[in-house]
Design a protein around this ligand. Structure first.
Ligand code: OMP
Length: 277
């Protein structure tokens, strides 16, 4: 199934736009798990078991795995195998923020889509469409292009103006008009910038997924995010929370607490989602 269809189906089935960020920082995993074998994948499996019916996607950021070398890559692969085996209807977004010349991207794309079996990936737009072709050629996958990031310094380049438009607007326009020939593109816009999020949703229209990180710990507000981010059908917003869900507790109740946080976020999103449709 194509990523976009998979995302829509699970968002409707679980009635949820919550994406759980599996940013399983080894130093924050509960100690009793850290001491055991395969700590990151054991932790991820417990989070998946506790939340799979409440969410529309999982998004591990590779940084938290790469820092551990071989053990981390193995943990990512084990997490993917587990998800694909038990809950194949749930999309896996690998947050790797890749981008290089085309020849090199071939290797990056194979790693995320063939080795890790991801449904989607995050990429930088800086090198242009031609360089990202190896990603864009995977018709069934989702290619999330960074557009307006959530960090405080995002505007340094992304707000630069050309011809009366800011760079992030030009990125959104180019992606939706020129890059999306396989209907597999999506954009990343931070929850910390709801006005920019509204502009981007206006540019891309309905039926175009936006990954929206920055809720909770980074300060993004749910009401503004939902009102600005969902499409006309109340869908296609993938609202990510990582630390706020997976590290809600560092004791033996961590999975239950993660479930409670996921329910809280799902319900808060749905409260405002109804007003937006
Ligand atoms: P929390 O702040 O813990 O919820 O984590 C946010 C996650 O979203 C991290 O994995 C970030 O790398 C990622 N992210 C952002 O925070 N801001 C962005 O602009 C883009 C991303 C992303 O591409 O997911």
């Amino acid at each position: 199934m194509r990523f976009k269809d998979k995302l829509k189906a699970i968002s409707i089935k679980n009635n949820s736009l919550v994406c759980v960020g599996l940013d399983s920082d080894i130093s924050k995993i509960p100690e009793f798990i850290r001491k055991g074998e395969h700590p990151q994948s054991t932790f991820n499996k417990a989070i998946i078991e506790a939340t799979h019916d409440l969410i529309c996607a999982y998004k591990p950021n590779t940084a938290f795995y790469e820092e551990r070398g071989h053990a981390g890559i193995e943990a990512l692969r084990m997490t993917s195998d587990y998800l694909k085996g038990k809950y194949p209807e749930v999309p896996l977004i690998i947050d790797a923020k890749r981008a290089d010349i085309g020849n090199t991207n071939l290797g990056y794309a194979k790693f995320v889509f063939e080795y890790l079996k991801a449904d989607a990936v995050t990429v930088h737009p800086y090198l242009g469409r031609e360089a990202l072709k190896p990603f864009l050629d995977y018709e069934d996958k989702g290619i999330f292009v960074l557009c307006r990031t959530s960090n405080p310094g995002a505007g340094e380049f992304q707000d630069l103006e050309y011809d009366g438009k800011k760079l992030f607007q030009i990125v959104a326009e180019n992606v939706v008009k020129d890059w999306n020939t396989n209907d597999n593109c999506a954009l990343v816009v931070g929850a910390t910038y709801p006005s920019e999020l509204e502009i981007v949703r206006h540019i891309v229209g309905d039926n175009f997924p936006l990954l929206i990180p920055g809720i909770g710990v980074q300060g993004g507000q749910v009401e503004k995010t939902v009102k600005a981010g969902v499409d006309g059908n109340g869908l296609n917003a993938v609202i990510n929370s990582s630390r706020g869900i997976i590290f809600a507790s560092n004791r033996s109740d961590f999975a239950d607490k993660a479930r409670q946080e996921a329910i809280k976020l799902r319900d808060e999103i749905n409260k405002f989602r109804k007003d937006s449709v």
